[in-house]
Design a protein around this ligand. Sequence first.
Ligand code: FES
Ligand code: MG
Length: 581
Amino acid sequence: MGSPDNGAPKGMKKGLTSYGDAEFSLFLRKAFIKGLGYTDDALDRPIIGIADTFSAYNACHATVPDLVEAVKRGVMLAGGLPVPFPTVSIHESFAHPTSMYLRNLMAMDTEEMVRAQPMDAVVLIGGCDKTVPAQLMGAASAGVPAIQLVTGPMLTGSHRGERVGACTDCRRFWARFRAGEIDADEIAGVNGQLVPTAGTCGVMGTASTVACVVEALGMMLPGGAAAPAVSSSRRRIAEMTGTQAVRLAGRGLTPDRIMTAEAFENALRVLLAIGGSTNGIVHLTAMAGRLGIAVDLDAFDRIGRETPVLVDLKPSGTHYMEDLERAGGLVAVLREIRHLLHLDCLTVTGRTLGEEIDAAPAPWPQSVVRPFSDPVYREGGMAVLRGSLAPGGAVIKQSAADAGLLSHTGRAVVFTSIEDMARRVDDENLDVTPDDILVLQSAGPKGAPGMPEAGYMPIPRKLARQGVTDMVRISDARMSGTASGTIVLHVTPESAEGGPLGLVRDGDTIRLDVPGRTLDLMVSDEELAARRAAAGAGASASRPAPERGYARLFSDTVLQADRGCDFSFLVPERTEVTPRG
Ligand code: FES
Ligand code: MG
């Protein structure tokens, strides 16, 4: 890989396109960059690419232009030449059909642009849910020294004296509106307060989760996860990130030396300890997969039994990201689970994770990160389930579920697709009781396509009106990290791939046992075989395969959730497994 220390070309000479005459290629390259107003002196130094993901569609990235300026300043202070370049940007609410559908496109864009253009290191500026995983997947494959910067969380708003923030409170207020508890005026008022500043969602949703696990992974400066998007500390972190990128370039410290199997184990521990989003497991699996590292879901479950949830943030708890920042940021968590971490893992600072924890400011009294001995939730936030309904595994965020439903047997009420659910869930004649289990089919990686966050199925309106706030819900979809409920996700194999989920019918009995880690469909093998034969190999409601373009590529090559939903042709052979703990 392109280490300046090993004699590989650096700066403008890096990755010269060949017309059969390398000197002519360099001559042309210099002519064009001079056309942009650079002098030869400016070019004779390490080049730091800056992946600029500003988009007017992306509120979470509204501050990216400021961050690019701060990164550029840091690069120049350290003697490098900063060169921002655009890539795909993805916002959760403006990505059809789903942001997950586009994550791999952004990863491919990032990988190819980092590889194609001359740069000795790259600063990746991401933030909104899928962007950071996409950037790190791409950077891991490109093999160029890389450092992650996030836009940072938004601040909270205030609705009639009550603190609110995207998007746990979006869902809470919307559920109250559906139940008829609040009127149209009030829901409109809340709407104006949920996203009061630029930045990523202010709870422990996917963006905050990914920011925290990437800091733990060592790919971000210490303290880089939690500083608010609109704070001056966020800009200082950006400046320091630029400076550090020049040092990374000098050392040729490539992502594979930081993102090791041990580092991913640290990240998985942190995912559990922060009560992180279930999306975190899919993204970490995808990132690790790019480096030939497989995430073992059962081992992840095992380490979950000894890793409590310590961070009291919504949706598992009560606070917001700005409170985590005031409590000291992620290092407050790392310190509490220090005995469970691989402290010798290298980070982008060139120091180890253990050295960074030691170098952090001393802790002070606070109530956001609980001590290991007095956790928010005694086990890790997530549990992995297996059984006849999920032979390849399924995930539940147990810390955000109703404790009374974690062991539950009920009658299935089946929706064959998201459209079917939208059509019927609020039908007054729907045959459903609070003890039933809602099942959604065809919402997995291939089925929907793009594995939408439809796993957070609405409580049927007639039950919501009776005050029902949680039911067991099961699907092959994902769920937003800002959502909560007794919701089983990522059922693998998905129904569109012939998984048993697609064979569930109304009235079947399903048994969920989270303490026992099982999820079973109580239907005989003979009956299931008969249903499979009747439905054909593709099970329920599969759509015809797309004919062309990215949709075709996606449909033909997307892997299941247990492989991170990456594309099969982007993943090297797996040679290592994590976690081992
Ligand atoms: Fe971008 Fe929530 S919508 S982080
Ligand atoms: Mg989200």
